[in-house]
Write a protein that binds this ligand. Structure first.
Ligand SMILES: Nc1nc2c(ncn2[C@@H]2O[C@H](COP(=O)(O)OP(=O)(O)O)[C@@H](O)[C@H]2O)c(=O)[nH]1
Ligand SMILES: [Mg+2]
Length: 225
């Protein structure tokens, strides 16, 4: 079983894109399940995805990466037992960071005894609003970009070439080596590319010492401290 997780701020297009991605993977013959993690009360994403006939499980009560690892393991076990998917797509809350997500999967893998492969973590960026978002939640977005295995610049369908170039340079300034894809959940641009990535590659291994060092550098302490 494979787990494919995305990050990206609220509204960047994760749900819209994952719905298209799931269709593509199903077309390729994979059995797909979806886990959404919502910190709010009404889970819109789950409704959208269920309406596409996807098997959606919800993990609520906090962010997957810091508070609900126990629940996450149970959910993954249950999905495995009841549905036996090839790929589980996970959309965490908008504040999740890749380090936490990798840790959650590593824990789930250890606790469940399941052999879980981890697809590259893709961070979604909203090309149309990146500038405003950087001004407000810049540090979070920078962390999401820096720790991701790949970055999807989404909503390119509504952006001019200059806006796309500007977004590219913002992302490259944060991580010069970022593996960047351009996409649109609206037109389906980038869906096949992301499906290839999810199916054929694995996430860089989670390295606690390195990640902690990096976290300290950025935030001056460890998470939950
Ligand atoms: N034009 C355009 N709108 C998009 C695209 N992806 C998502 N949206 C819209 O952006 C809003 C937020 O999308 P959603 O998938 O819910 O974002 P999430 O919060 O990251 O899951 C919705 O109104 C979507 O219809 C895209 O590629 N192009
Ligand atoms: Mg969503």
């Amino acid at each position: 079983m494979r787990i494919a997780q995305v990050t990206g701020f609220l509204g960047s297009g994760k749900t819209s894109f994952l719905t298209k991605l799931a269709d593509e993977l199903i077309e390729r013959g994979y059995k797909v399940a979806v886990i959404v993690n919502d910190v709010g009360h009404i889970n819109v994403d789950q409704k959208v995805m269920s309406s596409h006939g996807l098997d959606v499980k919800e993990v609520s009560g906090g962010c997957i990466c810091c508070e609900v690892q126990g629940t996450f393991t149970t959910t993954i076990m249950n999905i495995h037992l009841s549905y036996k998917p090839d790929i589980v797509l996970v959309e965490p809350s908008g504040v999740a960071i890749p380090w936490g997500l990798k840790q959650a999967v590593a824990e789930a893998s250890k606790n469940s005894g399941l052999d879980i492969a981890h697809s590259p973590i893709v961070t979604f960026v909203d090309c149309a609003t990146i500038e405003e978002q950087m001004a407000i939640v810049g540090r979070l977005i920078a962390t999401q970009i820096r720790e991701a295995d790949a970055v999807m610049i989404n909503k390119t369908d509504i952006c001019m070439d200059e806006e796309i170039d500007n977004c590219l340079s913002i992302v490259k300034k944060i991580d010069a080596n970022a593996n960047i894809m351009l996409g649109s959940a609206m037109t389906g641009k980038g869906v096949k590319e992301m499906a290839d990535l999810m199916v054929n590659q694995t996430s860089k291994k989670y390295d606690e010492a390195m990640e902690e060092g990096r976290f300290k550098e950025q935030y001056g302490g460890r998470p939950n401290e």
